[in-house]
Design a protein around this ligand. Structure first.
Ligand code: F6R
Length: 240
């Protein structure tokens, strides 16, 4: 596990953009694992800028997102489908048929998503944010790790954290469909970005704590190619 600290949140996120751009440069038909939320937005901005300048090309790139809410329409502006359209898909030359987000609430939908990732040859680089409670994707703290794509009931902490995107916490969907820990661990390289003081405990527990499903990101200690990029605030417990 590599750990890098940056002066600003923006620099930490842009560094993730650098790693993804490098992957695209090395392998033009890479499979990218993508995340939503506030954290990755500057990384997507970088990728858009580099595409506009002709530095990188998305023509043969395929993408798989980590998660999506259950029970909200893909066209709903709060959906992760809409988020990806807004921040990346509509701004670069990604082919719509090469972009994938999980959807539905059935076991069949979950296994179909896992199968599609496998058929694409697996994920080359997986971008991750982290929840205040140590979740990755929507793998919430639990008594055991879940391997594949699954339907999850969101933790109260996640509902409260994500209420800022909705009019109130009551509007946050209670369920999501998420890649599992097995999908994330199977990615050839994982890049986790953590910014802000409210992520400091999760960063510390992920890197220095025991490997436990109660801190889902702690499993990344076992990943052979995992890079954690954090700003000063999110890494403040690491400097004690
Ligand atoms: C989003 C996702 C979540 C977020 C996490 C942090 O696709 O999988 O794990 O990365 O909740 O969200 P932000 O970046 O909004 O703090």
């Amino acid at each position: 596990m590599e750990f890098h600290v940056y002066e600003s949140a923006r620099a930490a996120c842009e560094a993730a953009g650098v790693l993804i751009a490098a992957q695209i440069t090395r392998k033009g038909d890479s499979v990218l694992g993508l995340a939503t939320g506030s954290t990755p937005i500057p990384a997507y901005e970088m990728l858009v800028q580099w595409w506009e300048r002709g530095v990188i090309d998305f023509d043969k790139i395929r993408t798989f997102n980590l998660d999506e809410y259950v029970g909200i329409d893909q066209k709903n502006p709060m959906s992760y489908h809409a988020f990806m359209q807004e921040h990346l898909f509509s701004k670069v030359n990604l082919r719509p048929e090469n972009t994938n987000l999980p959807s539905g609430r059935s076991v069949t939908a979950c296994t179909a998503y896992d199968e599609k990732i496998r058929a694409a040859g697996g994920i080359d680089i997986q971008l991750l944010g982290i929840g205040r409670n140590g979740h990755i994707g929507f793998n919430e703290p639990a008594d055991e790790f879940t391997y594949g794509t699954h339907i999850v009931t969101l933790a109260q902490d996640t509902i409260e954290a994500n209420a800022r995107f909705f009019r109130s916490a009551d509007e946050v969907p209670r369920q999501a469909i998420s890649m599992g820990i097995g999908n994330i661990m199977a990615a050839r390289c994982v890049v986790l970005v953590a910014t802000g003081e409210n992520k400091a405990q999760a960063v510390y527990d992920t890197i220095c704590g025991p490997i436990t499903p109660h801190v889902p990101a702690s499993i990344l200690q076992l990943h052979p190619c995992c890079v954690i990029l954090a700003d000063r605030d999110a890494s403040k417990l690491m400097r004690k």
